[in-house]
Ligand binder design. Sequence first.
Ligand SMILES: Cc1cc2nc3c(=O)[nH]c(=O)nc-3n(C[C@H](O)[C@H](O)[C@H](O)COP(=O)(O)OP(=O)(O)OC[C@H]3O[C@@H](n4cnc5c(N)ncnc54)[C@H](O)[C@@H]3O)c2cc1C
Length: 402
Amino acid sequence: MKVAALTEGQAETYDLIVVGAGPAGLSFVRALKGCGLDIAIVEQLPRSILADPPIDGRDIALTHRSEGILRDLEIWPHIPAKEVSFIRHAKVINGGSSYALHFDHRDTGKDYLGPMVANNLIRRAAFAAFQEVAEVELIDGRSVVASGGNEEMAWVTLDNGRRLQAPLLVAADSRFSETRRRFGIAARMRDFGRSCIVCRMDHDEGHGDTAFECFHYGRTLAILPLAGRRSSVVITLPTDDAAEVMALDEEAFNRDIAVRFTQRLGSMGLIGERHIYPLVAVYADRFFGRRFALIGDAAVGMHPVTAHGFNLGLRSAAKLAGEIRAAHAQGADIGAARGLRRYHIAHDRVARPIYLGTNILVGLYTDDRRPARIARNALLHLGNLLHPARHAIMRQLTDKVA
Ligand SMILES: Cc1cc2nc3c(=O)[nH]c(=O)nc-3n(C[C@H](O)[C@H](O)[C@H](O)COP(=O)(O)OP(=O)(O)OC[C@H]3O[C@@H](n4cnc5c(N)ncnc54)[C@H](O)[C@@H]3O)c2cc1C
């Protein structure tokens, strides 16, 4: 409960404080609905942006598990059905070769490998579902500027001087989390020295619900199917070249992408803006500290090539919320180290192989020296021939629960 009358500088007390109302922070709070905890969530963006976030160019490929979590959290119904597209096939192509490693949804026994939803629509839906949580106070338009903790309490100071404290503080404030740093948790960062340009394009030919990952020399091109004759285009390239591609006029850009994609989809045309992101992967040394835990990108920030960032973030949110619910139901301390360590172990077990595997893949497919080119060609052929390997990759792509 909040302290009724506060003297100057005194902290308001909650059961739980969350920093960051991105998709991970909002999903986490939604997962705690009805458990009776008095929660504060602090977000630097204003409520109006959270309610209707602008397009940011990211189309998020979700696993079946994530779709299931979003359904359980009643976030999914807030996503308009016509805005969901489905990946049914995935093809990986190396250089100029026409040979592709092919993944087919029929081999998984599912109707699709995974659904795709624009990031701003996930954020909008998460916020709509979050608003159904009665026991939370949203403190929007405010940044956390200081934080810390002792044996009993964690605390934060906001940019207006307001102070909050709680037995547990959860940081969901992005891969460059300042709160993580203030709690003394180191993170391994890998700067790929590359950037990622994302946009939507329409095209003459149908995509057949196929996602293409083309490892061209010097840059990577991913084309992900959207509803109709539209695709989400993700170009990964050295940061030096990125400015040049961003500056290309629309016609030149359209031509360039169609040619790099060997006209598989015919002529292509840009829809809306191009957006650019730096490629930096982050893995926190620990996902918990004293009265403190990390979720979402603040725990693990992935290279987008394997499309696991939000999928892992959602899993971390669901897992930690489960620990907290169980502790609270037993009348135990929700910020006790034992439960937080259990969360850390479980999430690390899931995330570490995916993180390391993704970084190895990125290394192999962005190395243009001859041995690497030969190795990846061989891997594509082997992948098609070795059914167990292909099925293992597909299991990871879909992250099937059953
Ligand atoms: C190009 C691209 C493509 C991607 N594709 C996929 C994909 O296909 N599949 C997939 O699963 N993932 C994908 N991802 C990853 C996914 O977008 C992220 O994992 C996800 O958005 C992270 O959510 P989050 O809530 O952890 O962090 P964020 O979305 O970064 O949210 C953090 C929030 O914290 C707030 N905040 C930060 N600091 C403070 C502070 N001091 N005080 C108050 N508030 C603060 C911010 O304003 C923000 O709202 C992709 C990412 C990129 C860049």
